[in-house]
Design a protein around this ligand. Sequence first.
Ligand code: XIL
Length: 345
Amino acid sequence: MLGLLAVLCACGHPAMHDESTLRLARPRLDIGAAVQGRALRTDSAYATAVARHFSIVTTENALKFGPLRPSRDRYDFSEADAIVEFAGAHGLAVRGHTLVWKRQHPAWLTEGAFGRDELLAVLREHILRVVGRYRGRIRAWDVVNEALADSLAPGRTSLRPTIWRRVIGPEYIELAFRFAHEADPDALLFYNETGAEGRGPRSDAAFALVQDLRRRGVPIHGIGMQMHTKLDQPPDTAALAWNMRRLAALGLRVHVTELEVTTANARGTPTERLARQAAIYRGVLAVCLAEPACTALVTWGVGDRYSWRAPETPLLLDSLMRPKPAYTAMLDLLRDRTPRTGTTR
Ligand code: XIL
């Protein structure tokens, strides 16, 4: 009788024993994907895969300035609402991407010839409205994305000349964080950057930028490492671990925010390529698992068909939403893991 009860009990709580998906096998680390509201609504295989495999989602385009603000006085929250509602219904955390960037701007913004005070008012109103709407429902925000210039002089921070940098000045970054914190004091606020994952002038510049914000008491809680990776140029995992550690020492969380492994023109047979792709995903996950400050690992898309790189095949699931070797490699690593403790997500 007791035995039967125990079996029934285990069946009633599959999440306690079932490690059959990345979501269920996860330790103190969320694994997720960037998602599209339209695909969640129209493709049931896609929606099922998101809810089944992942514990966190990022809004791929829905919260970018352009899609959200077709005109100055109109907000279109439909896509973002669909994602946040889906996440709420399936117990998924949400990363909001992104409040301030260099691209996907509407013409009314770029051609508006705004003066400093006016653009500052636009920025403040935008952030208060958007972050405020999802207060308590979006856990983490990429407040500022890719502020660093493409080429950098070693040892110093050099900001990309976006409309925000040109019209408001370098303080646009700190102001964006302050506005976001005002709108949702409990949200985790991230600076997100590309190509700043390992060692080198770019990661030094990102480090200097967030270190300066921390020193001055700006409300920043984490750094996002995009990690758009190429199959023939695997990331240096030792350098990645070293960089995560120095960022963690500033008191910051680290999220891997846009992981993908593109395959274009890569050497090897299809099977070899899948195996090498799996090794890269597994290697990044291993670094994240070893670093308590790394609390989320998000891939830039759900299945290959929806990748912004399609017809390349950079993701964990194939176009029919079936797990690829990279998915299995990550799952195997999670099942082998030693339980760990760490910061709250
Ligand atoms: C990409 C989206 O995936 C595309 O659908 C869109 O056309 C362009 O932007 N770094 C980022 C993301 O921070 O916002 C970008 O997303 C990919 C590169």
